[in-house]
Design a protein around this ligand. Structure first.
Ligand SMILES: [Zn+2]
Length: 573
């Protein structure tokens, strides 16, 4: 059995509704099930599961996928892990999935390095004193695997002792060695070593903090980007904090690894930090799989405050919910926790929306009755709001400007245009007004009934939307009647695919006698069609009368009479 067969086998044996139900309470809604979306905050259910096509879709946040996507997302695991988990549930014996052998070698080197540095820490009193001075507990050292790279490290020896020979290229690719004119040298020495774990938990790199006895190199040094480690995508403690972030539905982002470890030690375990570079969109995107609520908890200096503005923009572009606070009067989280440990929990509790936070800070020393200050504030705010993709949030922020600053953005044309352009946002949580309800329900019932007899088919003109009409004809003329097969007919057109999903995921109650139900719908569609015709005709009559064209008026009135008769017949049926 090859890989794709195994996947099919698992999909056939498991029911998506049963798998989802372990995480999300579901209610029957017609042929589908609905529940509160686990991927965004909501009070009314817009998360729909369709057993017929074995897919789910949230009409609030746009999340969609199959059983594998669901488990990956909700457990925050990768595809292989989801496969293993579901294979177990399905009772499918999994042919061993091979990892990329190169990657696992590099992970192994980093794993051995973690063990080596960890052992070395116990042996070095200077490093130990430093760790004690920082207030790191034994538990933290264990949990994070904190270690020490000695002044004359013997990592290469240790690695060679523990596994068969590695090539120079492999050693360099691990990020722990450099090749200096053909000689392999260790990259880290006389540094406290903090392992960086992937979201799956394997060590992929290190942050090395210089010891006071060492005056070579920067204070913090990270592993370089390697085939398994990319600073742009990874965050410190993304693995250690993942469960708590999901549980509390809040991710705290701070500046450095020592802040993260101190916070964990004080019971705040939903916290991560970027790795020496500024926060990136990719990092936010990855952590947003656990929670869409982001609290930016940066240092109290100017750089820290500029970082909040940057973070707000990135988070807003990703349609997340950004919050902010800071460590004032303390330099950073670490110092605050040492001097006033209870303060951090209070600050988290009282977190401000990042927008209000930034705006209040900005206008603190401005006099908004002065034209120059007013204009610069308006420009500042407009520049921020360009990044807000969510129309509801955009309106909310505009309100805040009025409340906090007692100013409006003015009826500046460019701003108004901006809000209009930003409205159509696929990931936004504003649900579109549902149009063509009856027509979509008809198509859904037709698909589910699998009947294609003449009595339930309609003339395509009964459908007012051109796209629905096209799709109806495709379904009518296709030899396929299986629901999943029909869904596939529209896969090549993104618009039709979306519309098809919407049709299939409708929560229509289906009668035992689906044919009779279709018949009733057919009548209603006919009535709707005739009413539309009538309306169009009455406009034409008005125009003819206006232009005194009595002949034309006469002709149209006869037609209207006929239409009225038809409509009466339908109503009496
Ligand atoms: Zn959702």
């Amino acid at each position: 059995m090859d890989d794709s067969n195994q996947i099919e086998e698992i999909k056939n044996r498991l029911d998506i509704a049963q798998v989802v139900e372990k995480y999300v309470p579901l209610r029957q809604a017609g042929k589908n099930f609905s529940g509160l979306c686990p991927f965004h905050n909501e009070k009314t259910p817009s998360f729909i599961v369709s057993p017929d096509i074995q897919r789910y879709k949230c009409f609030g946040c746009g999340e969609t996928g199959d059983i594998f996507n669901f488990v990956q997302k909700i457990e925050n695991i990768d595809f292989t892990e989801a496969l293993e988990k579901l294979a177990k549930e399905a009772g499918v014996e999994l042919k061993q999935y091979k990892k990329n052998p190169k990657y696992s070698k590099l992970e192994e080197i980093n794993y051995l390095a973690t063990k080596y540095y960890y052992q070395e820490l116990k042996l070095n009193s200077v490093a130990n004193d430093y760790i004690k001075g920082r207030g790191f507990s034994q538990e933290s050292i264990k949990q994070f695997g904190i270690g020490y790279a000695p002044k004359y490290p013997k990592l290469l020896e240790y690695i060679n002792k523990n596994r068969s020979k590695l090539t120079n290229q492999e050693l360099v690719d691990s990020g722990l060695f450099v090749n200096k004119e053909g000689k392999i040298k260790e990259k880290f020495y006389d540094r406290i070593m903090f392992p960086i774990r992937s979201s799956k938990g394997s060590v992929i790199g290190f942050t090395g903090r210089i010891l006071p006895t060492n005056d070579y190199g920067p204070k913090y040094m990270n592993s370089p980007d390697t085939p398994i480690f990319h600073k742009k995508y990874n965050l410190f403690a993304q693995y250690e904090s993942r469960q708590e972030i999901r549980k509390l539905d809040l991710a705290i982002l701070c500046e450095g690894s020592t802040d993260v470890i101190s916070a964990h030690q004080h019971g705040i375990k939903n916290i991560v930090a970027p790795l020496g570079t500024g926060l990136t969109k990719e990092q936010l995107e990855s952590i947003s799989r656990l929670s869409k609520n982001m609290l930016f908890f940066f240092d109290s200096d100017t750089a820290g405050q500029a970082a909040v503005i940057r973070a707000f923009k990135l988070a807003s572009e990703l349609n997340l919910y950004p919050y902010a606070t800071n460590s004032v009067p303390y330099k950073d989280i670490d110092e605050m926790l040492q001097k006033e440990p209870e303060r951090m929990a209070q600050l988290i509790e009282k977190k401000q929306e990042a927008f209000s936070y930034i705006f209040s800070n900005y206008i603190k020393d401005k006099d908004l009755t002065e034209l120059a200050d007013l204009t610069s504030t308006q420009n500042f705010v407009k520049e921020l709001l360009i990044h807000v993709t969510n129309p509801t949030l955009l309106r909310h922020y505009t309100e805040k400007i009025k409340q906090i600053g007692k100013i409006a953005l003015g009826d500046d044309k460019s701003y108004n245009n901006l809000t209009e352009v930003r409205m159509p946002n696929t990931k936004g949580f504003l649900v579109k007004v549902d149009s063509n309800l009856l027509e979509k329900t008809y198509l859904q019932l037709l698909i589910y009934s699998k009947i294609r007899s003449k009595d339930i088919l309609i003339p395509s003109r009964y459908l007012s939307s051109p796209m629905l009409r096209e799709m109806y004809l495709t379904i009518k003329h296709s030899v396929r009647t299986d629901i999943a097969d029909i869904a596939k007919l529209f896969e090549s057109s993104p618009e039709k695919k979306l519309l098809m999903e919407e049709i299939i995921f409708r929560s229509t109650e289906m009668d035992e006698d689906i044919e009779a139900q279709l018949n009733k719908l057919l009548t209603r569609l006919k009535k709707q069609y005739l009413t539309r015709q009538q309306k169009a005709l009455s406009v034409k009559i008005a125009i003819a009368e206006e232009s005194n064209n009595s002949e034309e008026t006469e002709r149209l009135l006869t037609k209207m009479l006929h239409l009225t008769k038809l409509l009466k017949e339908v109503t009496h049926d």
